[in-house]
Write a protein that binds this ligand. Structure first.
Ligand code: FA5
Length: 357
């Protein structure tokens, strides 16, 4: 650069200027403009290098070159900032166009969790019985064999105690423990507790919960749910029991649902009844589900056996009670039209979604 004359330097500045103008006008992006600025005016830029050589010229030449270089700088800087602003605006416009909100676009679907159909049916049943005056009460799923069977008047050799029907678990001391096979042992717990509480009456409870049996087919599961009903007072009749169950089934299915009692046997009730509801599918006229009978078996029930009162420390001559036990899965199958109860436990999402009513 040192051997350049002032006129050659001025020519060079003008050449660099027109070169830069071409590059500015050809720039497609704001970053390209910035690159042009750096390559001409940056520390090692073409124009910066020319200006750095000014110290080799005399004062007059410096003034002359200085004037031209100022002019070139002002002109280029204005072009650079104009072009940069223009390209930035265009880039922003394009971005906004691309990111535009489309109010007609379909929304994002977030699936919502739901309660299991069995839990829903159980809750609905509990609510109906609450309206009928039965307060929820609970007991343990691992139960004394004594409460599950003995105090309910099951004799020592009864088939229900068989390993084929009952899951036995580790003994607690001398007490044999079972997974409760029904919710009826909670009757025992409630009667024992009330006996300690000065035989306080009346008792009107419902006992929802899980129960376990060595059972497995399309209408029997190894774990299922029951709701037990228990009412104890100075007097209690099959008529009271029937009225509560009648109320329940009319509310759970529909107003037209009828129930009937068939004589049956349970060691802990006397008399005992099997409760049938008019078939919810054919409304009693007869179909495949009810095997043309017009009726479906839905519960066991009866008056509390005097022996149970005595075994729980009460005087059976001064007290009476009624009780029932409903299978929740059976009710859910009828309500939702599900033919195989195992479907409730496989937990396939397609089934669970279809069963949400
Ligand atoms: C009992 O369990 C008695 N504790 C009911 C009872 C209570 C009678 C109070 C009298 C007084 P049962 O074994 O019949 O009875 O069962 C009652 C209901 O549970 C049946 O009607 C049926 O709906 C349901 N159930 C029985 N076994 C199964 C099973 N393996 N899977 C699904 N549901 C079942």
């Amino acid at each position: 650069m040192a051997e350049l004359t002032s006129s050659k330097t001025i020519d060079l500045l003008k050449t660099l200027s027109s070169e830069a103008k071409e590059k500015i006008s050809a720039a497609k992006l704001a970053v390209d403009v910035e690159q042009v600025r750096v390559s001409y005016f940056g520390k090692k830029g073409f124009i910066s290098e020319v200006l750095a050589s000014l110290k080799n010229f005399n004062a007059e030449a410096r003034k002359e070159i200085g004037q031209v270089s100022n002019q070139v700088r002002e002109e280029l800087e204005s072009l650079l900032s104009q072009k940069k602003a223009e390209l930035e605006t265009r880039e922003l416009d394009q971005k906004l166009l691309k990111d535009q909100l489309d109010p007609t676009a379909p929304g994002v679907f977030y699936p919502r969790g739901e309660l299991h159909p069995i839990r829903k049916v159980l809750r609905e049943a509990v609510q109906i019985f609450e309206k009928a005056g039965l307060t929820p009460a609970y007991g343990p799923e691992v139960e004394y064999e004594n409460y599950c069977f003995d105090k309910l008047n099951f004799k020592p050799g009864h088939a229900a105690r068989d390993m084929q029907a009952t899951f036995f678990v580790k003994n607690q001391g001398t007490e044999r423990l079972v997974l409760r096979t029904h919710t009826s042992p909670v009757q025992v717990r409630i009667l024992l507790k009330a006996a300690q509480n000065n035989f306080e009456l009346p008792i009107r409870v419902q006992i929802p919960g899980r129960v376990y049996r060595v059972d497995d087919d399309s209408t029997h599961a190894p774990m299922f749910h029951q709701i037990e009903g228990l009412a104890v007072d100075r007097t209690a009749t099959m008529g009271d029991l029937r009225a509560v169950l009648d109320y329940f089934f009319r509310n759970f299915f529909d107003e037209k649902t009828k129930i009937r009692f068939r004589p049956s046997f349970f060691p802990f009730t006397e008399p005992s009844a099997e409760v049938d509801a008019s078939c919810v599918f054919c409304k009693g006229s007869g179909c495949k589900v009810c095997k043309q009978s017009g009726w479906l078996e839905v519960a066991g029930a009866g008056l509390v056996h005097p022996e149970v009162f005595d075994l729980c420390g009460w005087d059976s001559k001064s007290v009476q009670g009624w009780a029932f036990g409903l299978g929740i899965e059976r009710l859910a199958m009828l309500k939702l039209g599900i033919p195989d109860l195992r479907l409730f436990f496989e937990n396939r999402l397609s089934f669970l979604r279809a069963a949400q009513k």
